[in-house]
Design a protein around this ligand. Sequence first.
Ligand code: SR1
Ligand code: MG
Length: 405
Amino acid sequence: MSQYRPFTPQDAIELAKTLPGPFAADANLDCHEIGDGNLNLVFHITDQNSDKSIIIKQALPYAKVVGESWPLSLVRARIEREILQEEYRLCPGMVPEVYHYDDDLALTVMEDLSDHVIMRKGLIEGVSYPLFAQHIGEFMARTLFFTSDLGMDQQLKKEQQGRFINPDQCKITEDLIFDEPYRIAEKNNYDSSIEDEAEALRTDGELHLEVALLREKFLTHGQALLHGDLHTGSIFVTPESTKVIDPEFAYYGPMGFDVGAVLANLLLNYASLPGWIQDETALRERETLLLNMVRDVWTEFESRFRALWASELVDPMAKTPGYQDLYVQQLFRDSIGFAGAKMVRRIVGLAHVADIDTISDATERERSQRKSLAIGKALIKNNRRLNTIGEVLDIVSTAVSTTKA
Ligand code: SR1
Ligand code: MG
């Protein structure tokens, strides 16, 4: 039985050489630690004499972004590996293939996806992904439907819920998304130029009520097995292909939390665009493209989810006329509320997004932050009365037009 220790690149090479499969025992391997996220070590191992490569991802027993003062359970590595295997079964080719794992060492050996780019980076660089909405719509519809009481054996689901209890990761989300942005908190992180916005978040009772309801839903609604952190930094893309990574925040929660994550991160990129594009015509075109992606992600997801309901439903009572429409309406509203909460947290909370933080012009950066907050707050406040993605886009447009320059 192996004992946990954080790996060095040399440890990663030694493990790689013992694996059945990719490399010969005498292969000349290179290894670089490329983890740029908040929590883990990621080793990229390549063979000098072939095009073979792998990734070894290892969880650290603390949050790397803060340090050892923030301990975290290593259980997340086992959960991430199991959900990757489950997602691979449900959506072959849409997540990295798991080749090997060691739960004691909290590591997973998986397919190297470095022929793809992280979507956040691609979007910042202005690349278009015309198939993304279809791909992610399919991914979310299948993973959410088939892990819920609608699409899987309901007794098995209860067992599965036990295996995916992920308390440390959920607590991060509860604190960073549904609590700290709305009060003075040590981990909050924002420019002093938007102190007025942060103060407004702390004193807005209408907003707090909606956030309390979303938080309750996150805490209590074990609807489906979520990815749990489905932002554009957790998605690898090319114009032809989409691959989802990093499901270490997986747990049984409300479906809208995953859908909302995708929508929020597209809207954060949308809000950042004036910081990246100077030409007015090009800017308008790109803004339209991003808003169309928001619309398409929802419509692609909804149509696939409804199609699965029509052909794969396991719950007899769910066939009751009218139930599907009410279920999808609530899922839509949850998605919009969670999207808003995820936008707010990326501006004033601990962890930000490069789309906005790396805008070099301070005035444009501040405008994007204010715009994101205006959109986020409007989505949170209106989520319970919205019915269509067209209404959401109208709310975005109103929020933008009333943002303080
Ligand atoms: C301490 S972890 C901060 C954030 O990074 C992850 O991607 C999650 O979004 C988490 O909230
Ligand atoms: Mg991550």
